[in-house]
Design a binder for this molecule. Structure first.
Ligand SMILES: [Mn+2]
Length: 327
């Protein structure tokens, strides 16, 4: 276990120079808690929303000057399907049920003019949140882009997966590839075109995923590009790659994109990730674009965390994504 000396505690909650300044287009926030663990092998992911509440997520959003319009707890079935090693993708009926509820909550929030933030829970919840956002844009005849932060590709299908874990598949599902029931959520597919999708921070990619990334036409930015160009430039390039004509952007942020030294509380840690400042910078720049309309923050696993510091970081990152600035 990691040491828990007192000097390892996270920074104080309100840095001296921080200001509450929601932008001109600031929307009230809808917090959608999804204690979903059925997409992975680590049950601790189900405690993610609770840890974010302990880290005072709603209070801190309000202290930034944003209204919290609603807080919704999505019900997740108590299932033991993750023990089933025989099916190619595990817990699909249960994840489908959760995805429908998440999609409805996200779409309803966007219709009301709110900004939905989906709090995980494992990354399979993005199947629902992206379906909900996509349905909103479709009904309004608008385009949106998808910017996905992850150490992994999350672009497996039942045909390529080695584990059967659906949290390794949500990007593929959103592009229209994979289990039919999940792909056809909300009655249409794909949810987002590959040309409007970017994947940032990857460093742990399965061989079939490499082919998928190259064949689908999404825009990938590996850790090599980030080291070479800097994350500021990469974020600008990602914004450009999803299109100058989008009406909004969905940000799907897997906390495992951050280096595990900074963010240990995740289910599938991978060395060589984003630094503390890089992770903030990316979200600060996306907030400045004024295009972020919906956010996932996923894969927090308090069972692997140290003094809740990864949850505290996740809360800070949400504030940056909402437009919290140093000056
Ligand atoms: Mn992921």
């Amino acid at each position: 276990m990691a040491q828990t000396k007192t000097n390892e505690r996270t920074t104080e909650k309100q840095p001296l120079l921080a200001k509450s300044q929601p932008g001109r287009n600031a929307r009230p926030v809808s917090l959608i808690y999804v204690p979903l663990h059925l997409g992975g092998t680590h049950r601790g992911a189900s405690m993610g929303p609770a840890a974010m509440k302990v880290a005072e997520l709603p209070e801190r959003i309000k202290s930034l000057g944003f209204a919290v319009a609603q807080e919704i707890d999505i019900e997740v079935p108590h299932s033991v399907c993750w023990w089933d090693k025989d099916t190619q993708s595990k817990c699909v009926p249960e994840i489908h049920q959760v995805s429908e509820a998440v999609a409805d909550a996200v779409e309803t929030a966007m219709q009301a003019g709110n900004l939905p933030i989906t709090i995980g829970g494992d990354h399979s919840l993005a199947i629902g949140s992206i379906a909900g956002a996509a349905s909103y844009y479709k009904k309004n005849e608008q385009n949106f882009g998808l910017i996905w932060f992850d150490a992994h590709g999350d672009i497996n299908t039942p045909d390529t997966t080695a584990s059967g874990n659906v949290h390794g598949m949500p990007f593929a599902v959103s592009l229209g590839l994979g289990d039919e029931k999940l792909v056809n959520l909300k009655g249409f597919s794909p949810k987002v075109p590959a040309k409007r999708s970017a994947l940032i921070g990857i460093r742990d990619v399965d061989p079939p995923e490499r082919d998928m990334i190259n064949q689908t036409g999404i825009t990938p930015f590996t850790m090599k590009e980030i080291d070479h160009l800097g994350l500021g430039r990469v974020t600008d390039l990602a914004l450009g790659s999803v299109g100058a004509d989008v009406d909004g952007i969905h940000v799907s942020f897997d906390i495992d994109v951050i280096d595990p030294d900074v963010a240990p509380g995740v289910s599938t840690a991978s060395r060589g990730g984003l630094s503390y400042r890089e992770s903030h910078l990316a979200l600060e720049l996306l907030a400045e674009s004024d295009l972020v309309r919906s956010i996932d923050i996923v894969e927090l696993n308090p069972a692997f965390d140290v003094r809740n510091k990864t949850a505290e970081l996740a809360v800070e990152l949400i504030l940056s994504a909402l437009g919290k600035r140093i000056l």
